[in-house]
Each structure stands twice: as C-alpha cells, then as structure tokens.
Design a protein around this ligand. Structure first.
Ligand SMILES: [Zn+2]
Length: 293
C-alpha cells in the first residue's frame, strides 16, 4: 500500500501456534477464547508478518521470521508452517536478498531473528548479504547472559554470524535508520525491545512487534505471559495507542493471523478498537495475495 512517499508490503513468512495461556498472560481463557481460537492442545494460531518498506531509495525489511532451521519435532511442537523460506521472502516482490539495505529486528527471539541467517554449504551466513541489521546493543548483550527462563527464546546461530560478517548496526535507544524510518525503544517484552515508527508526508505508522502482537492484544492489560516486564508493556502500549488514535496512525501487528494492519479508534472509558484495512490492501504487485491462515 502507498504510505506517503513509501510503499509498504506485508510479507507473511510463516504461521505457527503457541499456548494460549502464555500468549495472554494473566487473562483467563474464558475471556481470551472469545477473540482467539485455539486447537485441542490449547494453542492459538499466529503468523510472522514481516514488513517491507520501500522508501524510494532504500529497502528496509522489518523482522526476519522463524527461518527454516527447525527439526521435525520442533515444527510439530509449534505447528510451524513455512510459507516463504528466508531467501524467498523478498522474491514475493520480485526482489533478491541482495536488494535489501536494512533489516530491523525488534528483539532477538527466534520468531524474529530466525530468518536473519541461512545455511549455505554447511556454514551459517547472513540471509541478506548487503544489509545492515539494526539491533539494540542492550538486547544483544542480554541474549548472551539470559537466565534459564529467558534463554530458551534465543538461538545464537540466528545472529552471531551477522557480527562476524560485520553487518550489525548496533543502536543504543531511539535511532533514525533512514529518513522517515525510526526505531523506538519500548522495553516490556524484553528490556531493550524496539518498535518501528514511520513518518512520510504527514502520515504516521507503527509496527508494534511484540508489545502488541495481534489485534486480540489491543487492550493494554492484555500482555503476553512471555514478557519480561509485563507492566512496562502495558504502559508503553497505552501511550502508543493514545497517539495512534489521535493521529490516525497505520498500525501493524507482527503475529496477527488475519489482516494485520489497520487503524485504531478510541472509544469511551479509555478503550480502543481496531479497524482492519480491507484484505485487498495486502495484495502484492505480482498479483499474489498474502497467504491467510
Ligand atoms: Zn514474537
């Protein structure tokens, strides 16, 4: 879709399932089950929605998805379905991995950094050979000293090769990646989690990453059990949603399995409502539709 001077595309990399209780934290199932379907193993359907921003002069990929280095056992655990293996993600737009200038990773959990690297001739190398990968330094450092609860979400093979090839652009807090494309630190999900804020010709957008992963997480207290700092997630989400409703931001959800972008309206009593864009807004120039779950 057109967004100011930019073109934006949602590229759906995979679908997977995670435990509903973990996805909704302290919210009881009697409440979350009204908005998110679950299977017989209590797992809710999620997607990895990558965002491709074409600014006219730069091509920026937001997130890299799960990637395809998964055993059959792990695929079964997450009901992981790869829709586009890492090198084929930009091919949906007729682009090659070499064409990507920046890759922004909100945080280094495996469902965000998994596609950052690929195995080539027995070696793990960056998927996007000419890109700078934008990572918060605090997130990077934390991933190597995470304790037993946090460690399971990090797989160093996803990102260590990026440093070895000199492709990491470490940032420390808010940063403008290229004109109109910003990362903003939020914390919450992890201590240095970042969202992507876009501005072009007066239009504004936010890619919330994991502080607001699906439309079912719109209510500020509905934060994930996975969050390291759930109260911070709630506060950050509230603050952003007020701005989104006031200035009619385009909002984009990283794990929403339905239409993952739209607008937010505020109603009485501090509540927010999501209005998705029509499904046709997801159509790709090739005529291929974004695969719906
Ligand atoms: Zn995630």
């Amino acid at each position: 879709m057109k967004f100011g001077d930019f073109d934006l595309y949602v590229l759906r990399e995979s679908t997977f399932r995670l435990d509903g209780g973990a996805m909704f934290g302290v919210v009881p199932k009697t409440m979350w089950a009204k908005t998110a379907d679950c299977d017989e193993a209590n797992r809710v359907l999620l997607a990895c929605n990558l965002l491709l921003i074409d600014t006219g002069s730069k091509k920026v990929l937001v997130e890299t998805g799960m990637g395809d280095r998964w055993s059959d056992k792990e695929r079964a655990r997450y009901d992981l379905k790869t829709l586009a293996a890492p090198p084929m993600v930009p091919a949906q737009l007729g682009l090659k991995p070499e064409d990507i200038d920046f890759v922004i990773i909100s945080h280094l959990h495996f469902d965000h950094a998994g596609g950052a690297t690929i195995e080539k001739e027995g070696k793990i190398v960056p998927t996007y050979p000419n890109a700078k990968y934008v990572v918060q330094k605090g997130e990077w450092d934390f991933s190597f000293k995470a304790n037993a609860r946090a460690r399971a979400s990090y797989r160093p093979d996803d990102y260590v090769p990026l440093e070895e090839s000199g492709q990491i652009l470490f940032v420390d807090g808010d940063h403008e990646v290229c004109p109109g494309v910003h990362v903003r630190i939020t914390g919450g999900h992890t201590s240095h989690h970042q969202v992507v804020y876009l501005e072009s010709k007066g239009e504004k957008a936010v890619y919330f990453a994991d502080i607001l992963p699906t439309k079912s997480h719109l209510s500020p207290p509905w934060v994930m059990g996975y969050d390291h700092y759930p109260l911070a997630s709630c506060d950050e989400k509230s603050k952003w949603l007020v701005d989104c409703a006031r200035d009619n931001y385009l909002v984009i959800f990283d794990h929403e399995p339905g239409v993952p972008w739209g607008r937010v309206k505020s109603s009485a009593a501090g509540k927010f409502e999501f209005e998705p864009l029509p499904a046709e807004s997801l159509a790709l120039p090739s005529g291929a539709a974004v695969q719906s779950a």
